[in-house]
Design a protein around this ligand. Structure first.
Ligand code: HEM
Length: 148
């Protein structure tokens, strides 16, 4: 019982922090870099912190989500019920989001390590827009558990 509360709390916390950080980079950080703000050292630091946060979130969400799925669902209920299908779609979106954010961060890091800022920020931007949309879709997916 207590372990379930801890797992669900960590799951919600990391979902909120991961998606929130992704949306903030999309609407605030990348547009500022495209407009010529910031230095390469500053962006390298921001990017490496985001990478740590992102990898931690990927792992914590997999472990906590796996625990919740393992204790609340069977293989049959995952496949045959609407809530089970929501868990499967959440897992698929998690996988795609991790890949999209990895690609976006790599685009940014590659340019910044060559001393550029505006172009890599522009190249990373579409990936982060997609990541933000996937993140919001994941949160809505989570909300639907309360109604289906
Ligand atoms: C391997 C990846 C994941 C698995 C296996 C997983 C699994 C689950 C399960 C089993 C639940 C509880 C379902 C229920 O109450 O019946 C849940 C809830 C939820 N998940 Fe995930 N999840 C994953 C990734 C994510 C990600 C990436 C996010 C968002 C970024 C997320 C956000 C949520 C939210 C907001 C809830 C609702 C929590 C609540 O109502 O208490 N999950 N997830």
């Amino acid at each position: 019982m207590e372990i379930d509360i801890v797992m669900r709390s960590l799951h919600q916390l990391f979902a909120a922090v991961w998606v929130g950080a992704t949306v903030y980079i999309t609407v605030a950080v990348l547009p500022a870099l495209r407009d010529g703000g910031g230095s390469t050292e500053f962006v390298e630091r921001l990017s490496s912190r985001f990478t740590v946060l992102s990898i931690t979130s990927v792992v914590v969400l997999l472990l906590t989500g796996g625990h919740l799925a393992g204790t609340m669902y069977t293989f049959d209920s995952l496949v045959e019920t609407t809530r089970g299908n929501l868990v499967l779609s959440m897992t698929a979106l998690w996988f795609v989001l991790a890949g999209v954010l990895h690609a976006g961060t790599k685009k940014l890091d590659a340019g910044v390590s060559e001393g550029r800022l505006r172009e890599p920020a522009s190249e990373a931007y579409p990936w982060f827009v997609l990541g933000s949309l996937l993140g919001v879709a994941l949160l809505v997916n989570g909300v639907l558990f309360a109604y289906l």
